[in-house]
Design a binder for this molecule. Structure first.
Ligand code: FAD
Length: 464
């Protein structure tokens, strides 16, 4: 590997080599996990390259191929499994200079990979009164390319499922890392090759996403004395076909009291809450539904004063991994898990075993038409052994864990690599220069594709 020869081939493409800045850009939110923090703290690239066009991306990838320089793509760096950590050094490929919205139609938007999700929505709202179907809670920072390559779903998934579903990503343009890099337009099932693949098999430079009708979503916070009642209410809301919602997240006491600093004054001691985003047309019906479930309306953004609305973060920034972030700001020893509970009874069982060691946070979602209880429980971390024990307790009780304390695709449990996936990597990245170390199946020819225990993004083989 020769970084200086690599640089010499880049012409006027911006390159940063100040060690402090390079180290900063070599990091994502891996530190959410004490396990990843210990493993990845030392990791850094040697330079950051910031192309401004598809042609420049091709030039960078041709130079990387020629000189054997590892390339780790990076959007906003908000991934939290160390996906964007450059395990083999080399160059970070910063895509954030490629941030244009290219085309907006009534039902879809095409944007460059570095476009920030919130910025995409600003433009689609103005042009066609549309918005992305769902987004991570890092909406205000994250890029569309990083979301597709590193994320899974989020705010809106209660209605629209996740990135794993056919139809959630309409198309991507990918650039390969070869002697002469090519542009590949992937559509249909082929988009799943690069969805949640951490950029190991091609650099996404454009994406086309479906739009839905935009709404001025109303934030609500509803209180329950009993967390299980809060979960039952959340599941019931998701099943109500007439109640248009974008977010449903039950959070158990003492999460809201201890970590939702600015919303704290609205919440009584011992109360659990459900965070909701509700379409204006559904607000009155939702108010009735809350009363039927004996919930207490604690906060409604449409009735809040100007000052309150300015002071309080949007409710989605209390949800998803923002719940974890808020807890970490108060108590740096906290970490989290990603789980799936088949029923509320499973949630109840896990709480009965783990109690306050695992303050519970649920994201109610929809998967293949079925309402499910995705868990992002906080963990009062002590040791890695105990963390593994907590994972084991989940699995023994019929709950799925997608382990966020692993940086490889396969061990994270979200992405199932299979022969098609591997073949595509051989085609798009024959020398293995893209984000090395993240795909076990590439490094280990004997890797058993069935070794994982859970997959959110299943393989590409047809259902038999
Ligand atoms: P990055 O972190 O920069 O990159 C993510 C991965 O994609 C890395 O492997 C990187 O190498 C690769 N990559 C980046 N750009 C490209 C490209 N153009 N081509 C190929 N590969 C690329 N995720 C969710 O799914 N849902 C959530 O609700 C959610 N909430 C979060 C809340 C917090 C507080 C935090 C810290 C994280 C959360 N995440 C969530 C994870 C993350 O924020 C999202 O997945 C986000 O969309 C990642 O976008 P990014 O631009 O920051 O990508």
């Amino acid at each position: 590997m020769s970084i200086s020869n690599f640089r010499a081939d880049l012409g006027d493409i911006p390159v940063e080599d100040h060690p402090r800045i390079v180290q900063q850009r070599s990091r994502d939110h891996y530190w959410y996990s004490p396990v990843l923090k210990a493993k990845l703290d030392h990791v850094t690239a040697e330079v950051v390259v910031s192309p401004r066009s598809n042609e420049e991306v091709k030039r960078v990838l041709a130079a990387a191929f020629r000189h054997g320089v590892a390339i780790t793509p990076r959007g906003a760096g908000t991934g939290n499994y160390g996906q964007a950590m450059p395990l083999s050094g080399g160059a970070m490929l910063n895509l954030m200079n490629m941030d244009k919205v290219l085309d907006i139609k009534k039902d879809r938007v095409r944007a460059q990979a570095g476009a920030v999700l919130e910025q995409i929505d600003h433009q689609t709202r103005a042009a066609v009164d549309g918005e992305l179907r769902f987004h991570p809670s890092t909406y205000r920072m994250a890029s569309i390319g990083g979301f597709i390559a590193g994320g899974s779903g989020g705010v809106g998934s209660v209605r629209w499922g996740g990135l794993r579903n056919l139809g959630s990503i309409l198309g991507v343009k990918v650039i390969t890392c070869e002697e002469t890099p090519r542009e590949l337009d992937l559509v249909g099932e082929d988009v799943l090759k690069v969805a949640h693949a951490y950029g190991t098999n091609g650099i996404i430079v454009e994406a086309e996403m479906p739009l839905t009708q935009a709404h001025d979503w109303v934030d609500m916070m509803v209180g329950f004395d009993d967390f299980i009642d809060a979960c039952r209410f959340g599941g019931a809301v998701a099943l109500q076909d007439g109640l248009l919602v974008k977010e449903v997240a039950p959070c158990a006491a003492p999460i809201p009291q201890d970590y939702f600093n600015r919303h704290k004054p609205y919440i009584r001691d011992g109360q659990s809450v459900v965070l909701l985003m509700v379409a204006p047309v559904a607000v009155d019906a939702m108010t009735l539904f809350i009363a039927h479930h004996k919930g207490e309306m604690l906060y409604r953004s449409d009735l809040a004063s100007e000052e309150e609305r300015r002071r309080l973060p949007p409710i989605y920034e209390l949800a998803w991994n923002h719940t974890t972030l808020r807890a970490l700001k108060v108590d740096p020893t906290i970490t989290y898990l990603q789980t799936r509970y088949p029923t509320v009874a499973h949630v109840e069982k896990i709480i009965s075993i783990l109690g306050d060691e695992l303050p519970m946070h649920i994201e109610v979602g929809r998967q293949d038409g079925v309402v499910m209880y995705g868990g992002l429980p906080l963990v009062r971390y002590t040791t890695e052994e105990r963390l593994n024990e907590i994972i084991r307790i989940h699995e023994e009780n019929g709950c799925t864990v997608f382990n966020p304390h692993r940086y490889t695709l396969e061990e994270g449990g979200m992405k199932r690599t299979d022969q098609k996936q591997l073949d595509f990597k051989r085609e798009a990245d024959p020398k293995g220069m893209l984000n090395p170390g993240k795909m076990i199946a590439w490094d280990d020819p004997d890797f058993d594709f069935n070794a994982g225990r859970a997959w959110l993004f299943d393989g590409l083989n047809p259902v038999s």
